[in-house]
Write a protein that binds this ligand. Structure first.
Ligand SMILES: [Zn+2]
Length: 414
C-alpha cells in the first residue's frame, strides 16, 4: 500500500517529521509511506482552507470548522498535480477542526484527513504522534475495506458494541484513546479486508504496528517521572539519545558533543572529575573525540598536520580548553539548555556537567563531572578513539592568516 503523507500548512514541520519517523520505525512489509515535503499549495487552493475561521457568538472565540470537501480538496490537488495513481492513498495531516469534528475520515477516492490536535490530554506522557500514526494506519485499512461511514447504523463492520476492534465506534477522544490501548482487528473485519482484496501480509503488518504503538505508549504512560533516571546513549551515528524515551535525541553541535562525550567517558570509566584548568592535560583526547563526533576519525590515519580543516579543529579545541576564553562556559551552558528544553529542568539534573562535591576541590580548581551512575551510560562500539599519528603543536595553537584564507577558499569552492 503506497501512502502519501501530506502536511497541511497549519501543521508544524517538526511534528509532521515526528509522525513520519515513527511510521518508518516499524517494519511494515507491503506498506510504503512517502512523506511529501515540502509541498507548496497554490494560494487559490489555500484560500478556502484559511478562510473558515469564524467568531462564535457566545464566547467570541475564533473557531475553525473546515468543510470536509476542502480538506479532501487539498489531497485531490496534490494527487492531480503529481499524477498519483488511483490505488494509492493520500493522507492530509492538519490541526484544523473539521465540520463534523471527526478525528479523521476518508472519501471514496482514497483521500484521508487526520486531526492532529488535542490528543495529548488522553495519553499521559505521550506525544500526539502515537495516536496520529495509529489513525493513519487504521484509516488506510478502513478505506481499503470500503467501510460505509455514511451509513454507520447499517454498516456491519462498524461495531456499536465494543469488541476490541479498530472499527469499534468511538464518539469521543477518551473512547478512541482506550481503543488504541487495547484494540486489534476482529475476525469479521479481517474477513471483510480479505474479501476486498487486501493482502494478508498488509493486514498483519498493520496489526503488528498497532501492537508496537501500544507497547511504546504503555511504557511511556507508566513512567514515574519523579524518580526517573534513564539510560543515555551515544549511538553509532554519534547522536546523544535516550533509548527508553523512544530514542529522543538531545541535539548538540560537534563541539558541544565533544565536551559532553569527554565527561561522559570519564564517568563511564569511573575516573575522577576534571576541573576547568586540568582540561589542558586532555587536549589530545578532546581532539580525538572531536574527530570522531564530526565524522573525521579516519583522517587521523593519514592526514598530516598540514591539513587545514584539522588545524581549524585543533584551534577550536584550544579555545575550548583555554581559561582566558569563554568557549568552555558557553558550550557547557548550551548543553544544559539542550537537556532542559528536551526533558525538563528536573530530569536534566542527572545528565549535566556540574561541580562535584567541594571535597574534591583542590588547587587545580573545583572538579566537574556528570554524576549519573556509570551503568546508565552506553557508548556505541563504533565510537573508537584512534591514535593521532602526528605530534601536536604547542598550546595554544592559532592558525596563520594564510591558512585561514586558504581554508576559506576551499570552503567557497575555489
Ligand atoms: Zn471489527
Amino acid at each position: 500500500m503506497n501512502v502519501h503523507l501530506l502536511r497541511a500548512p497549519d501543521y508544524r514541520e517538526e511534528h509532521f517529521g515526528a509522525v513520519a519517523d515513527l511510521l518508518d520505525s516499524f517494519q511494515m512489509p507491503g506498506w510504503n509511506f512517502k512523506r511529501v515535503e515540502p509541498y507548496q499549495f497554490p494560494d487559490e487552493v489555500l484560500f478556502y482552507f484559511w478562510s473558515q475561521d469564524r467568531e462564535e457568538p457566545d464566547t467570541q472565540e475564533y473557531k475553525t470548522m473546515v468543510p470536509w470537501d476542502i480538506l479532501f480538496g487539498l489531497c485531490k490537488h496534490y494527487r492531480k498535480q503529481n499524477n498519483i495513481p488511483d490505488n494509492e492513498v493520500v493522507v492530509l495531516l492538519t490541526t484544523k477542526k473539521n465540520e463534523l469534528n471527526w478525528f479523521s475520515s476518508f472519501d471514496k477516492s482514497r483521500n484521508i484527513f487526520i486531526d492532529t490536535d488535542d490528543w495529548e490530554p488522553y495519553f499521559k506522557n505521550c506525544h500526539h504522534k502515537f495516536p496520529v500514526a495509529h489513525e493513519i494506519i487504521a484509516n488506510c485499512l478502513q478505506q481499503a475495506m470500503n467501510l460505509n461511514i455514511a451509513n454507520m447504523r447499517t454498516e456491519k463492520c462498524i461495531h456499536m458494541i465494543t469488541r476490541g476492534c479498530m472499527n469499534d465506534f468511538c464518539g469521543h477522544k477518551p473512547d478512541i484513546a482506550m481503543k488504541m490501548r487495547t484494540a486489534d482487528i476482529c475476525k469479521d473485519c479481517m474477513q471483510r479486508l480479505m474479501d476486498c482484496g487486501v493482502q494478508r501480509h498488509i493486514v498483519n503488518a498493520a496489526s503488528e504496528a498497532f501492537e508496537g504503538l501500544r507497547k511504546r505508549m504503555k511504557y511511556l504512560e507508566s513512567f514515574d517521572w519523579a524518580n526517573w533516571e534513564g539510560i543515555i546513549k551515544v549511538n553509532s551515528r554519534r547522536q546523544i539519545i535516550f533509548p527508553e524515551l523512544d530514542n529522543l535525541e538531545i541535539p548538540m553541535n560537534p563541539l558541544m558533543k565533544t565536551l559532553y562525550l569527554f565527561y561522559l567517558l570519564q564517568r563511564k570509566n569511573n575516573k575522577r572529575g576534571v576541573s576547568r584548568t586540568e582540561l589542558l592535560n586532555y587536549r589530545e583526547e578532546l581532539l580525538k573525540i572531536y574527530l570522531v563526533v564530526s565524522g573525521h576519525e579516519r583522517h587521523t590515519q593519514f592526514i598530516s598536520n598540514e591539513h587545514l580543516p584539522l588545524k581549524e579543529m585543533l584551534e577550536r579545541i584550544d579555545e575550548l580548553i583555554s581559561t582566558v576564553n569563554n568557549s568552555f562556559n558557553e558550550k557547557k551552558s548550551r548543553i544544559k539548555d539542550a537537556f532542559e528544553k528536551n526533558i525538563g529542568e528536573n530530569l536534566a539534573q542527572a545528565y549535566l556537567i556540574k561541580d562535584v562535591a567541594p571535597a574534591e576541590e583542590d588547587k587545580k580548581g573545583r572538579a566537574l563531572a556528570i554524576e549519573l551512575a556509570p551503568e546508565k551510560i552506553i557508548i556505541s562500539e563504533n565510537i573508537q578513539l584512534s591514535p593521532l599519528n602526528w605530534p601536536l603543536p604547542p598550546f595554544p595553537f592559532r592558525m596563520s592568516r594564510t591558512d585561514k584564507t586558504a581554508l576559506k577558499g576551499i570552503r567557497n569552492g575555489n
